[in-house]
Design a protein. Sequence first.
Length: 369
Amino acid sequence: MSGEFDIIVIGAGIAGASVAAHLAAAHRVAICEMEERPGYHTTGRSAAAYEPNYGPPSILALTRASRAHFEQGGYLTPRETLFFMPPWQEQAFAGLMAVQQGMEEISPAAAKARFPLLKDGYAKRVVRDPGTADIDVDLLHQFYLRLFRQRGGVLRCERPVSALEKGVRWTVQAGSETLSARIIVNAAGAWGDRVGGMAGRKSIGLQPKRRSIALVQGPEGADIMHWPMVGDVGETWYCKPQSGKLLISPADATPVDPHDAYADDMTLAEGIERFAQAVDHQVTRVERTWGGLRSFAPDGNPVVGHDAEQDGFFWLVGQGGYGIQSSPALSRLAAALVLGEAPPSDIMDEGLTLSEISPRRFLDRTAPA
């Protein structure tokens, strides 16, 4: 098989798979994935929530523009979210309410009727978001991978990229293979800055941050799968039903190097303790734990666009903890920008500002030593 392509996408997580599926409609595209299967890292470890009021303005626009695709594909199962404001989180509450759409404040008593574990006196105020939902992440990811293959895309797993060189075309050393393409799309997640470095780019300051998650038993006999997702507005813990149990996270964001993430037991214990302060339920045993990496640019916005050198190197990294919920719109936008086309109007109509996500915003930054 020829190793020449129009576009090579590095990374087969949700970002790489979705943009590659769009690009493959009219171009010869390959995905190089370093692991033995797509979605091994962040995509496969998501809390799988659609939250249109969660994230910076760029993410809010992309998430809200993604809803139609989610609903048409049957990827969402409605699950409202309750945000609790203990007395010391007034500022966080005000910040949430300043950017929200479609949320409503309800009484603590009404919140307890929806989430019976809520401890009396914990929440001074409560806001309800009826527009949130669970996302079937695997179904979504597989949809894009299947569409990619149907359009003639070539997926290469266990092909870690070790070298990138720009001549007339880009030459990519991926495992034992040497490939070439006119355009490289860097969708390498936590490894995005390392891939950029191989291509001679300055660091954009991408920082992977670990999030730890635990699965615990709920109250015996309770029908917990109909409960909402809950958490404090200060983002020090959250909880949602999953597979008949309770998923709990301390909402940690610990800076780490790119690696195969695992849960931090001490951080989990602290998060479970904060959860325990909010509920009338004792966690006696943790059944399973895992960790994932959420990678952020310094300003918290994703990095999407052609590199300033305009030589066919395209950035698609820094989605933070919002990559799944924004992927349908972000992939359409990225594909258009890769090809030099106008951004989709429905996405721009949600208030997206391209300069806020462009890699050119880092032009004046000095590369770290």
